[in-house]
Design a protein around this ligand. Sequence first.
Ligand SMILES: NC(=O)c1ccc[n+]([C@@H]2O[C@H](COP(=O)([O-])OP(=O)(O)OC[C@H]3O[C@@H](n4cnc5c(N)ncnc54)[C@H](OP(=O)(O)O)[C@@H]3O)[C@@H](O)[C@H]2O)c1
Length: 267
Amino acid sequence: MRTKRQIPAIGLGVYKSEPGPVTQDAVREALAIGYRHIDTASIYNNETDVGDAIGDSGLNRADLFVTTKLWNEDQGYDKTLVAFDRSLDQLGLEYVDLYLIHWPVPVLRLDTWRALERLTLDGRVRDIGVSNYMARHLSEILDYAAVVPSVNQIELSPYNYRSRLETIELCREHRIAIEAYSPLTKGRKLDDPVLAEIGSAYGKTAAQVLIRWGLDQGFVVLPKSVHANRIAENFDVFDFQLSGADLACLEDLDEGLATGWDPIDAP
Ligand SMILES: NC(=O)c1ccc[n+]([C@@H]2O[C@H](COP(=O)([O-])OP(=O)(O)OC[C@H]3O[C@@H](n4cnc5c(N)ncnc54)[C@H](OP(=O)(O)O)[C@@H]3O)[C@@H](O)[C@H]2O)c1
């Protein structure tokens, strides 16, 4: 049965986290300091390492929230079912908490969604959702779906926010949780003096300011790091809140920065 669950507000991202000990150590470290949410994908090629670290943690599975994603070449009804079995097998888990369509592949995405809906029926997927869906992709799926996506995972930071406003509004209207990926701009803006200045008032770093910004918007935030000190730093954000003036200042940083493929014009 599909059960709507609370999503832990910060998840460790593992995109470009090298397969093997690097990812295993990062996930182990994150779980040890309190993360309960890991965000992987079949295309990241590290589902096995995520699963191994979860197995080693000794934590209760029910306390963890694990997301993986269906890659583009696996879209289509039958291929999706096969790809999901492969992901679950690689993770070594009995179920995933959230399975996402990674990208809105034209033509195939609606059949793919039907397959995800089917996957919710046997308990091996708790929730299903989408990623990189802009407003028009969401409108299409909302017209078609029997099950409304639980989540839309999109790139969001103060540097890339305004072009997403229509999408954010639609998500909120339909109670679709918004997950912010690349919240640290893949590191590109971490030396922006505006972030340092805002952070100094709270004794926080630029990375912490960006993560807090996402939390203050009501997003689930997915920072990635493979370094123990940064994994801890990125989680140490629950003891402050940005002032209205600082939030306004951060919103002025918008420059439509997309650090990867930008779905804004995706058909
Ligand atoms: N659905 C999608 O299409 C999609 C696309 C992209 C990302 N995502 C998800 O979102 C997650 C995060 O996005 P992302 O990996 O693109 O980038 P990100 O989290 O914005 O940035 C990661 C980069 O910042 C560095 N970093 C992390 N914490 C830092 C800190 N405290 N101080 C300084 N540098 C720091 C990391 O380096 P080190 O690792 O070397 O510390 C890495 O180079 C991904 O891992 C993935 O799970 C999803």
